[in-house]
Ligand binder design. Structure first.
Ligand code: HEM
Length: 132
């Protein structure tokens, strides 16, 4: 991953200005979050500098994922990696657990859709026969 340096979150937090803007983003499936220096990208970001500055010095993974960035955006992101976030084994374990919990929640959510659809149809059919 070319990320040979690691920075503590306290260190990353210092880089939170327009002149010096770092972000923490975990690529999907990664066990360790990456640290990005996006100072030079601020003016180029199609989503504007403001959203990047809002997350400056912090973890922007959720924001980055929530808007559904394109493959091109992910490629662009890779250009700005400067290292990894320094985390303890305990934190790493916690992150992995959170990631798995999120995935499980997503899977469960996806499974409910068809079940609800079937229930609605069954109720409609029952309703139809009960009114006959
Ligand atoms: C270095 C990190 C980032 C890169 C390289 C990046 C790249 C891009 C690119 C290339 C687009 C154009 C659409 C696309 O290709 O998906 C985009 C749009 C956007 N980005 Fe980012 N982005 C980054 C971080 C973020 C973060 C942290 C946020 C939110 C806090 C964000 C919010 C947005 C929004 C809202 C748009 C949509 C703009 C629009 O449709 O008008 N981006 N980004």
């Amino acid at each position: 991953m070319g990320a040979d340096k690691s920075y503590s979150s306290a260190e990353v937090a210092k880089h939170n200005t327009e002149e010096d803007c770092w972000l923490i983003i975990s690529p999907p499936g990664a066990t360790t979050p990456n640290v990005y220096n996006v100072t030079k990208y601020l003016d180029e970001h199609p989503g504007g500098a403001e959203v990047l500055l809002d997350a400056a010095g912090m973890d922007a993974t959720d924001q980055f994922e929530d808007i559904g960035h394109s493959g091109d955006a992910r490629k662009e992101l890779a250009k700005y990696v400067i290292g990894e976030l320094k985390i303890t084994e305990e934190e790493k374990k916690k992150m992995e657990e959170e990631r798995l919990a999120k995935e499980a929640a997503k899977a469960a959510g996806g499974g409910m859709g068809p079940i609800i659809a079937i229930l609605v149809v069954l109720l409609a059919v029952a309703g139809y026969f009960m009114t006959q």
